[in-house]
Design a protein around this ligand. Structure first.
Ligand code: BEZ
Length: 395
């Protein structure tokens, strides 16, 4: 019992350690010395690699515009290539959540991967910002206060295009897509609006993700002779499909429609084959608002390429996190206040200003766009202020 008292040197060391600990605990912003850890779980290889890179660039641009700090704190990035592979998603999510202990995850592009990521975020109460993947479930049964999306729900651009196709007088259509959530929800949205408008989807064709052997489908479409074709493809798959459709001679005879992913970030590679195509999306290249003009100029200056919808969504993910961290002075421990600030943020987006729905999904306009040269040019608004119905979302 008297051992410590009989050793004055040990006593002095203990007192010094205690004093240091007390000082550290009473420092007003002990957390401010650390960086906010941002985990980027995105595809950096495979058919969606360009999308993952554009999102990363857009996010980092938004952070750079805040002087490299959000809520007064520097950002440290942790990166995982999710390969757009749903089977690897739980392990990849755990690398960021359990190994790297990130404060927020930004991910991902592929709906199947995003659903696994959302489950991991729910289980671990991790803050998640989805910068693309449109899985309808995320704003439905998988919704949660800590899960945000800055993009769209899969059925929305499809629904907008179905409405436009019916208004353009088409009576029959064939749909074609990769057989996974994004594809079936996109073509499902198209079918719902097209048939509501008096049209009929006569055939629904699918192929496994990320296959690009389209020839047999093009032969079948030629034989079916529908009034219109609606497809969901993105990234490398979209480049190949648009070129193959043209090469098969179908572009001249059967109008091809799609959500904007069919021609976004792809025009350089698609060349003449994409000219004149009509798509629907929540963004168009030359939207004439000050934020879009500034965003496009800054992105081009930083990365020497034009931004696309994915870059814009990454940028807005950075803007959304910035709004949350600003409200809590960078203290991610003030979780309720951080989430509330994000939920009520009014984002000055290049797409036009938007707020979030009760399921944390943007309420936004969907533009009708036409490919002109190297641009997706807005030629009208297909649906205004379109909010996701959030069916099955309880929070
Ligand atoms: C998706 O899987 O949700 C998706 C992928 C690429 C573009 C749009 C949506």
């Amino acid at each position: 019992m008297t051992r410590n008292r009989s050793n004055p040197r040990r006593g002095r060391v203990l007192a010094a350690a205690l004093a240091a600990a007390t000082l550290a605990l009473s420092a007003p912003h002990a957390f401010a010395q650390d960086k906010v850890k941002v985990g980027l779980m995105l595809p950096y290889t495979g058919t969606f690699a360009a999308l993952g890179n554009a999102i990363t660039n857009g996010f980092k641009l938004a952070v750079a515009e805040q002087g490299g700090k959000l809520g007064g704190r520097e950002i440290e990035y942790f990166t995982v290539d999710d390969e757009s592979d749903p089977a690897k998603a739980p392990e990849n999510a755990n690398k960021l959540i359990k190994r790297d202990k990130v404060d927020v995850i930004v991910g991902t592009v592929h709906s199947g991967v995003a659903m696994a990521l959302a489950k991991a975020a729910r289980d671990n109460n991790s803050l998640l910002i989805i910068p693309n993947a449109g899985a309808d479930e995320i704003t439905g049964p998988l919704c949660a206060p800590n899960i945000f999306r800055t993009s769209f729900s899969n059925s929305q651009p499809g629904y907008a295009m179905g409405k436009v196709a019916a208004e353009r007088g088409h009576k029959t259509a064939v749909t074609l897509t990769w057989n996974y959530a994004a594809g079936s929800q996109s073509t499902g949205g198209f079918k719902e609006a097209f048939e509501k408008g008096g049209g009929k989807v006569v055939k629904e064709l699918t192929l496994p993700f990320p296959n690009v052997e389209f020839q047999a489908f093009l032969t079948e479409i030629a034989a079916l002779k529908p009034d219109a074709v609606y497809v969901f493809f993105a990234g490398g798959g979209a480049v190949k499909f648009v070129k193959d459709y043209d090469a098969a001679g179908l572009k001249k005879s059967i109008p091809l429609y799609g959500p904007g992913f069919l021609t976004d970030g792809t025009l350089e590679a698609q060349g003449d084959s994409a000219q004149g195509l009509l798509t629907t999306l929540h963004y168009a290249d030359q939207l004439d608002n000050p934020k879009n003009n500034a965003f496009r100029a800054a992105y081009k200056a930083a990365y020497k390429v034009e931004p696309d919808v994915y870059a814009m969504q990454g940028y807005d993910s950075g803007q959304l996190l910035a709004a949350g961290l600003k409200a809590v002075g960078g203290d991610v421990g003030k979780r309720d206040a951080l989430i509330k600030a994000m939920q009520t943020a009014k984002i000055d987006s290049p797409r036009g200003p938007f707020t979030l729905s009760k399921a944390n999904n943007p309420v936004q306009d969907f533009y009708l766009r036409r490919v002109e040269g190297k641009e997706n040019k807005a030629i009208g608004i297909a649906i205004k202020n379109y909010a996701d119905p959030a069916i099955g979302c309880k929070m």
